[in-house]
Design a protein around this ligand. Structure first.
Ligand SMILES: Cc1cc2nc3c(=O)[nH]c(=O)nc-3n(C[C@H](O)[C@H](O)[C@H](O)COP(=O)(O)OP(=O)(O)OC[C@H]3O[C@@H](n4cnc5c(N)ncnc54)[C@H](O)[C@@H]3O)c2cc1C
Length: 243
């Protein structure tokens, strides 16, 4: 590992130099295996945060207080330490510009990670050619508990300000800064109707986060008339608090 970047009080990005990395697609993940001195092993999946265009691999890990693996990765790992990785894994929850748009991304908490790889990839491609700009509009609806817990907050703001057809909308479910004028509740059908394109635009939809959020968002989108086959989902875990 070559660097550790703090993202929020509970989240850090690990920047890795992976010799002979075969390359990946935005949305894929790796399995990280830890081995204790007594031989005990634990393995967990982590989405790749970096764009395929980036030469270094980034993972962003949220610390779950009573977790086995995430506290080690997010607190104890130091620059220079080695990690055992398997991947890239996954061929379903992936997007690249050849698949076109519009692109509708819905995230809860650390569920932003694979969606960020898609936005970084989109940005890298649009930076080299603006021919696709009108073919690839993107919208992100991102649920976090509070403003301090928004992962990649500044980068998302910068990307949205670039005038490349990306709109970012936040909902803050627990704490809102003074004067907050955005959403302040869990993602629901009415919010999706306000943010998403109508089904007639046939957006490609990617939803990622805690299991209950993913299930309720996917169901609401189907109720709004979006084709289930166009809604791709990735569930990060069994619970998920209130994001
Ligand atoms: C395809 C995939 C990609 C993932 N990508 C990421 C990522 O990019 N960043 C990231 O931080 N995590 C990601 N996860 C979740 C990650 O794999 C682990 O589940 C998470 O880090 C918890 O592991 P742990 O060993 O710390 O907790 P465990 O010891 O496994 O569990 C501790 C407690 O937390 C609960 N729990 C487990 N997982 C979650 C969760 N995700 N949310 C809330 N509660 C949970 C358990 O029920 C248990 O009560 C991904 C999961 C999948 C399946």
């Amino acid at each position: 590992m070559i660097d550790v970047v703090p993202e929020t009080p509970r989240t850090r990005t690990l920047v890795l130099d992976v010799p002979e990395w075969p390359g990946h697609r935005a949305g894929q993940h790796v399995d990280v295996r830890l081995t204790a001195e007594d031989g005990y092993q634990a393995e967990r999946s982590y989405s790749i945060a970096s764009a395929p265009e980036d030469s270094r691999l980034s993972l962003t890990v949220e610390q779950l207080k009573d977790g086995e693996v995430s506290p080690y990765l997010s607190e104890e790992l130091r620059s220079g330490d080695k990690l055992e990785l398997r991947g890239p894994i996954g061929g379903y929850f992936v997007w690249d510009v050849s698949l076109g748009g519009p692109l509708l991304l819905v995230a809860g908490g650390s569920g932003i990670v694979p969606l960020m790889a898609m936005l970084r990839h989109r940005n890298a491609v649009l930076a080299t050619t603006d021919a696709d700009r009108h073919r690839l509009p993107a919208r992100l609806l991102y649920s976090s508990r509070g403003w301090d817990e928004v992962i990649y907050r500044d980068e998302l703001t910068r990307l949205a300000e670039k005038n490349t057809g990306l709109e970012v909308r936040h909902t803050l479910t627990r704490d809102q800064p003074r004067g907050w004028s955005g959403f302040r509740r869990r993602i629901d059908r009415m919010m999706l109707e306000e943010v998403a394109w109508p089904p007639s635009e046939q957006p490609q939809v990617f939803v990622c986060g805690p299991t209950p959020l993913v299930e309720s968002v996917a169901q609401a989108l189907v109720e709004l008339g979006h084709q289930a086959a166009r809604i791709k989902t990735e569930r990060f875990g069994p619970t998920g608090g209130s994001v």
